[in-house]
Structures are given as structure tokens and as C-alpha cells.
Design a protein around this ligand. Structure first.
Ligand code: 5AD
Ligand code: SF4
Length: 476
């Protein structure tokens, strides 16, 4: 059973927060005052810095909502804050190191502040964080965020060190107040944790087992978001397409896609990240038949070599992955594809690496997130033989990125002269350009004679293309 926090009202904007000001009536979430928690901390302020993935960004929005509901004010610099929180990422070593560098800043200056570590590093390092940085007083992993209000209350009433590190929870982190930082695209977690066990990955250890959120609660949030003016929804999960409704309607992922896309006012629905193992033809059919489902799929492959995929415990072969790509390419409307690749996994030979390069040729992705393999604590890959030296990983990464850059230049060149609908989400004042995304998630920068376009859907003709964005002009 999912129990909500004890805050009585949905509020989507935050007085005093750093969110960009909503600027059009069609895209502006309604602001409403934050009701105070009985143990509220009037006048106290917090600063929250987020590292890592979209799930972390959205968790931070929810954490901010909880703190605002307790009477905290958001401030823009840690120096001004009574409570300084870092929502951390430990997917690769560099990300985890960054957090300890930040904590180091407080070694001699943390008096009168509460310093807290949230997220994956908190879960992974646990109470050891207190040893390494004794000035930290709160350590809480994402699976325990529902306890955050109590943990903060404990600190407010004089507690010195508190932790929330349980992973054995059935619950998802639902809040009644979420401070949404993006006034145009609302993120919504539908499934938390991960039940796969990829040999390189810390996520099952830091985010715990898979928990899906009841469909009724998801759909009522989507309806509230639509009523508040949001037109684009992005459904989130580490393996979003493994979604299984724990409540009576028993919707599967595709049923949920249709239901979210049918909510009046919602014009675009995205979802990320999909796992190839749970990727079905029905997902492609749903996109094909439902204009509101965006024509973009992010489907991480991780390697183009079947032996490496097996060593990674990815549960599919190169050929099985390509079979699913063939369904996507056979769709009636073009669907943009992006992927993730890890290079330099232990034992990756030149032949395996060449397999990843040739896979990129076969996939023709519009974007690839590529990473050097980074050994992580308590993962099976950490102790695998035949580690690839760091310089060799760097060499392979540079080759792969250049290979993909050329693919993207060629693909984007083909789009010059075509016309796209763009949801405008930014203005580059210096360049006198607007920016936004197509339904296929391509970034478009463009000029327009109009004065205010933020939050609008406009038609843009593409005049030039680079590897990572398109440049065009507004068709007024
Ligand atoms: N080393 C390098 N990349 C990793 N990823 C996950 N774990 C590691 C690791 N240990 C990458 C995968 C995943 C993305 C979010 O991060 O490609 O899809
Ligand atoms: Fe990590 Fe694999 Fe789960 Fe993705 S599917 S979060 S890579 S364990």
C-alpha cells in the first residue's frame, strides 16, 4: 500500500525556488501556497545539488517538495543554507568522487549547518560517510526517501547523525508536493529499482529491487499535471518498460502508455529507460497508432559483441537486439533511436570492439551515450580478469565517438529542408535564438520574429544541421 506524505495539497511551483519562471498560460503550472507541516521549520533554508541521471533529478524535485512543505525555503547557494543536501550518483567512479570533493568543501566550515548525502553514494557507502566526512549528519538512500521527513525532524530536534538505508521496501517514493523545475516537461517515476543484475552495474545495489507504482496513482498525477498546464510527460524508470501494475487494473506497460496518452491536454509522452529484454512489438505498435506517444526510443545495448553481452549478463545477444531494432525500423512513422554503449569491459578484444563499431553502423542512432567501463564496488565485473588499461579505454572511446559523430552528421544532413513541430523550452538571448525539441527528441535552435514562444508548439523549417542539433527558422 502506498501511503502519501502528510502534506495535504498538490503544488507544482515553489515560492523562492530557482525554477525558471513559467511564461505562458498554456505551459504554466499553477502556483499555490505550501501548507506547513506540524513540525515545520519556519525560516530555515535548504540547498540541494543533484548529480547523475534523470531519476535523480526527479527525486530531487520530490525531496524539494517535501522540504518546502515543512516550511524550508530553497536558496541558490550552499553558503546561505541551513540544510545542504547532495543527491548523489555512483554509476561510475568519477561521479562518486565528485561528491566527496564537494563534501571536502565543508571540512572546516560546516558549523551551524546540516550536511546530508542522499542517493546512490549514500546507499553504497552508508555510515562510512560519517567516518570519511564526520561533519555529515544525514545519509539516506533513495529507497528510504519516504522516511526523509522523519529523519529531517530528528535532526531538527537535536539528533546528531541519522541514516535511512533500508532497501527491503515494497514502496515507491510518492509525495503530494513535487517542486517541478521544468515548467514544460513533467517527469514522473512509474517504476523504481531494478531486478536485472548486469555485471557492471551498481543500480540494483543502490536503488533496490523493482517496485512499480499503482496505475491509478500515476494517472491521477498525469491528470493533475495536465490541469496545471503541462503538455509533455516523461515516464521514468531504470527499466521503465518492465512496468507491472501492482493494483487491480493490472495494466502492463503498453496499457499504461495508451492510458497516459489519452489524458486530455497531454500532447507528448516519452519514456526512459527501456530494457531490450522487455521491449515488445506492442510498444512499437502503440507509438505507430498514437500520435501523442513520442517517436523516440532509448534502448541501451551496451556492447555489439555477443560474448561481451553474455559476460555483462545482459540477457540478449547482438542478433536478438537487432531483431527488436528491425521492428522499430519497420514502423509506419520514423522512430528515432538512441542507445548507451560501454567500452573496455573486462576481456573486450579488438574484435569485440569492432563489433560495437559495426553495430553503430547497423543501428543508425540519432545519439549514443558512450562510457569507459568503470569498476564499481560489490559488482561481479569488478573481479573479472583481463581488465583493459585506462589508455586503451580512452583510445577506443575516442574512436567510437568519432565514428558515431560521422553517422549523426550524415543523418542530420538528410533533415535539412524538412519541417518539424518543436516544443519551445529555452531562449538563447545572446544568439537571438529559441530552442526546443521535436517529438523525436532532436534539439532544434531557431530564429523567430515572435517575441514570446516559451511553452508553445511551433513549426520550424531546418536550414542547417550539426551532429547534435538542427538549426532552422520559425514558419509563422
Ligand atoms: N561503467 C561504465 N558505464 C556504466 N553504466 C552503468 N554502469 C557502468 C559502469 N560500471 C552506463 C550504462 C548505462 C548508463 C546509464 O551508464 O551504459 O546504460
Ligand atoms: Fe543497471 Fe542493468 Fe538494471 Fe540497467 S538493467 S539499471 S544497467 S542492472
Amino acid at each position: 500500500m502506498n501511503k502519501a506524505f502528510d502534506i495535504a495539497i498538490e503544488s507544482l511551483a515553489s515560492p523562492g525556488a530557482t525554477a525558471p519562471a513559467p511564461s505562458t498560460s498554456t505551459s504554466s503550472p499553477a502556483a499555490s501556497p505550501h501548507p506547513r507541516h506540524p513540525n515545520a521549520a519556519p525560516g530555515k533554508s535548504f540547498y540541494l545539488e543533484t548529480f547523475g541521471c534523470q531519476m535523480n533529478v526527479h527525486d530531487s524535485e520530490k525531496v524539494s517538495g517535501v522540504l518546502l512543505g515543512r516550511g524550508y525555503r530553497a536558496v541558490e547557494s550552499p553558503a546561505e543554507a541551513d540544510l545542504v543536501l547532495y543527491n548523489t550518483c555512483s554509476i561510475r567512479e568519477k561521479a562518486a568522487q565528485k561528491v566527496f570533493a564537494r563534501l571536502g568543501d565543508w571540512k572546516t566550515t560546516s558549523q551551524n549547518k546540516i550536511i546530508g548525502v542522499l542517493g546512490c553514494v549514500a546507499q553504497q557507502e552508508g555510515e562510512e560517510i560519517f567516518e570519511r566526512a564526520p561533519w555529515v549528519s544525514l545519509v539516506c538512500g533513495s529507497a528510504s526517501y519516504r522516511r526523509l521527513p522523519d529523519l529531517v525532524a530528528e535532526l531538527e530536534s537535536g539528533g546528531r547523525r541519522v541514516t535511512g538505508l533500508d532497501l527491503d521496501t515494497e514502496e515507491t517514493f510518492e509525495t503530494e508536493i513535487t517542486r517541478r523545475d521544468n515548467p514544460f516537461r513533467a517527469y514522473l517515476t512509474i517504476i523504481e529499482g531494478c531486478d536485472y543484475s548486469c555485471a557492471y552495474c551498481v543500480v540494483p545495489l543502490t536503488r533496490g529491487p523493482e517496485r512499480s507504482r499503482p496505475s491509478g496513482s500515476i494517472l491521477s498525477e498525469v491528470r493533475r499535471l495536465a490541469a496545471a498546464g503541462y503538455t509533455e510527460i516523461q515516464l521514468l524508470g531504470q527499466t521503465v518498460n518492465s512496468y507491472r501494475d501492482p493494483s487491480a487494473p493490472k495494466l502492463n506497460f503498453v496499457d499504461l502508455l495508451y492510458a497516459v496518452a489519452a489524458v486530455p491536454g497531454i500532447r507528448r509522452v516519452r519514456f526512459t529507460t527501456s530494457h531490450p529484454n522487455d521491449f515488445t512489438r506492442e510498444i512499437v505498435q502503440a507509438i505507430d497508432s498514437t500520435p501523442a506517444l513520442c517517436d523516440h526510443i532509448h534502448l541501451p545495448v551496451q556492447s555489439g559483441s555477443t560474448p561481451i553481452l553474455r559476460a555483462m549478463r545482459r540477457t540478449y545477444t547482438r542478433e536478438e537486439y537487432l531483431e527488436k531494432i528491425a521492428w522499430i525500423r519497420a514502423a509506419r512513422r520514423p522512430i528515432s533511436l538512441t542507445t548507451d554503449i560501454i567500452i573496455g569491459f573486462p576481456g573486450e578484444t579488438e574484435i569485440d570492439f569492432a563489433g560495437s563499431l559495426s553495430l553503430l553502423d547497423a543501428l543508425q542512432c540519432d545519439g549514443v551515450f558512450s562510457f569507459k567501463y568503470s569498476p564499481r564496488p560489490n559488482t561481479p565485473a569488478r573481479d573479472m580478469p583481463d581488465a583493459i588499461p585506462e589508455e586503451e579505454k580512452s583510445r577506443r572511446l575516442a574512436i567510437l565517438q568519432e565514428h558515431q559523430r560521422l553517422i549523426q552528421i550524415a543523418r542530420n544532413d538528410l533533415l535539412v529542408g524538412s519541417q518539424f513541430e518543436v516544443l519551445v523550452d529555452a531562449r538563447h538571448a545572446g544568439r537571438d535564438q529559441w530552442a526546443g525539441r521535436t517529438t523525436s527528441n532532436r534539439v532544434v535552435n531557431f530564429t523567430s520574429p515572435r517575441v514570446n514562444l516559451l511553452g508553445e508548439y511551433v513549426q520550424v523549417r531546418i536550414a542547417r544541421a550539426g551532429p547534435n542539433c538542427l538549426v532552422g527558422e520559425h514558419l509563422v
